[in-house]
Design a protein around this ligand. Structure first.
Ligand SMILES: Nc1ncnc2c1ncn2[C@@H]1O[C@H](COP(=O)(O)OP(=O)(O)OP(=O)(O)O)[C@@H](O)[C@H]1O
Ligand SMILES: [Mg+2]
Length: 465
């Protein structure tokens, strides 16, 4: 897989995982938690057992697919097979695949329980259960389902909990169905990785859309995720961006699965530059090359913030996260900062002039790239002819004008306003109590390493430090 060394969380947890011990592991987004549970589980499994031996639960369908793919990559030479089981997919097809005896099931709770009721999945031989995004899975929405599922599994199973956020009350709750778990958690100060630049911008609700477009023009992100609060917001925003000529598509829970798959597929392939999403895409998704995350609407809480911005800056790469905050939401922003113990840098709203300048810069870059590629022989005669009749600076200026995206007309588009989010009472106890076991690996988290840009990141030897 091109991995050259373990990440800190892998180094800490794999030995315990191999011993079959229970674990609660909190480590920053994009630091390889999937392999941290996947490697020891796969190492311990028997290849020729016909029962399901391990179960991974995830909060979303897309994450189930992604985790199953990663487990299949890890287990390929041992011939371990992981099967994703999730809602929105044809159940008959799933039953067929289940008959081929996968070793590991990666499931969303609802569809799994459906199979349990039909007796098409039995969990009586399970060796290990993983809750990926454990705090989310143990949140109100899922807890009952999780309890029902765990009740059907052997009590001597290994239970592994992983997430980038693990509030103390959730850890306490989790211990009830674990056996003397080893806890690895990061200090609140290190909840986000340092390679994500965190900024915010104070913007009035009705100005957000124009400011977003200007930002796109100034920053020209290669690949960005824009998070909105509601499904309506995502729909409207996607449509509005298309009208302005940006390659964007939306993803949220009301779209059918085929649509969700196709949108995410296009984004992964780079066929669209902007993914507009609700929090359905906030957790776990590992899409290489996401350079920017924009919080068009401020997230509900600090956990949501950590996961959303964690879609960029993964595996040691750099990323930029920018959060819009309306004047009435400033307090809410400060409660998020208080929990992550990290300040976001305040940025001024870019002007139309900045946007135009950004577009012109982009045109210049484009022109210079073509110059560098060379192979212009076919145009040279024409060029010389033109230069005989016109001033050279005028000619280049005209070419640049043609290459520059037309200045946006900031009118016409109106999104339905979202009411401001109110700051909840700050709850600093959520992370600061208890003793974080984060000894060793002291360099991890400090900027300096992992600066290598571009594709070859996986082979730069100190990227995890
Ligand atoms: N030891 C390693 N060396 C290099 N790359 C790695 C290593 N382990 C994992 N990766 C890669 O790092 C990326 C992020 O991993 P992963 O998705 O498991 O992160 P995560 O910690 O689960 O993040 P999140 O909290 O967002 O779910 C993946 O592309 C994965 O293949
Ligand atoms: Mg993950």
């Amino acid at each position: 897989m091109g991995f050259e060394e373990t990440t800190p969380i892998q180094e800490k947890t794999i030995p315990y995982g191999l011993q079959g011990k229970d674990l609660i592991a909190q480590a920053q987004t994009g630091t390889g938690k999937t392999a941290a549970f996947g490697i020891p589980i796969i190492q311990r499994l028997e290849t020729d057992a016909s029962d399901i031996q391990a179960l991974v639960l995830t909060p979303t369908r897309e994450l189930a697919v992604q985790v199953a793919e990663e487990l299949n990559r890890i287990g390929q030479f041992k011939k371990i097979r992981a099967l994703p089981i999730y809602g929105g997919q044809d159940i008959g097809r799933q039953i067929k695949s289940l008959k081929k005896h996968p070793n590991i099931i990666v499931a969303t709770p609802g569809r799994l329980m459906d199979h349990m009721r039909r007796r098409t999945i039995r969990l009586q031989s399970l060796e290990a259960v993983v809750l990926d995004e454990a705090d989310e899975m143990l949140n109100m929405g899922f807890i009952e389902d999780i309890e029902n599922i765990l009740a059907e599994t052997p009590s001597e199973r290994q239970t592994l909990l992983f997430s980038a956020t693990m509030p103390i009350p959730i850890q306490r709750l989790a211990k009830k169905f674990m056996r003397d778990p080893q806890v690895f958690s990061v200090k609140a100060k290190e909840m986000t990785v340092p390679n994500i630049t965190q900024q915010y911008m104070e913007v009035q609700e009705k100005k957000k859309f124009d400011v977003l477009c200007r930002l796109f023009d100034v920053q020209s992100p290669k690949s960005a995720i824009v998070f909105g609060r509601t499904k309506r917001r995502v729909d409207e925003l996607g449509e509005a961006l298309n009208k302005r000529g940006y390659a964007a598509e939306g993803i949220h829970g009301d779209l059918n699965q085929a649509k969700r798959d196709s949108v995410l597929g296009k984004f992964r392939r780079g066929a669209i530059d902007f993914l507009i999403a609700t929090d359905v895409a906030a957790r776990g998704l590992d899409i290489s090359g996401v350079t920017h995350v924009y919080n068009f609407d401020i997230p509900q809480d600090a956990e949501g913030y950590v996961h959303r911005i964690g879609r960029t800056g993964r595996a040691g790469k750099e990323g930029l996260a920018l959060t819009f905050v309306t004047p009435r939401e400033i307090d809410h922003l400060h409660t998020i900062e208080a929990l992550t113990k990290r300040k976001m840098e305040r940025k001024p709203v870019p002007s139309i002039g900045d946007a135009i300048e950004g577009q012109q810069r982009l045109a210049v870059d484009g022109l210079l790239e073509v110059v560098q590629q060379g192979n212009l022989q076919g145009f040279k005669v024409l060029a010389e002819e033109l230069l005989g009749e016109h001033d050279s600076a005028i000619l280049v200026a005209a070419a640049l004008k043609m290459l520059t995206k037309e200045t946006i007309k900031e009118d016409a588009i109106k999104l339905t306003a979202e009411p401001p989010l109110r700051a909840k009472k700050s709850n600093n106890q959520r992370y600061s109590k208890g003793r974080p076991q984060n000894k060793g690996g002291k360099n991890w988290g400090k900027p300096g390493g992992g600066k290598g840009k571009g594709r070859s990141n996986r082979s730069s030897s100190n990227k995890w430090k």
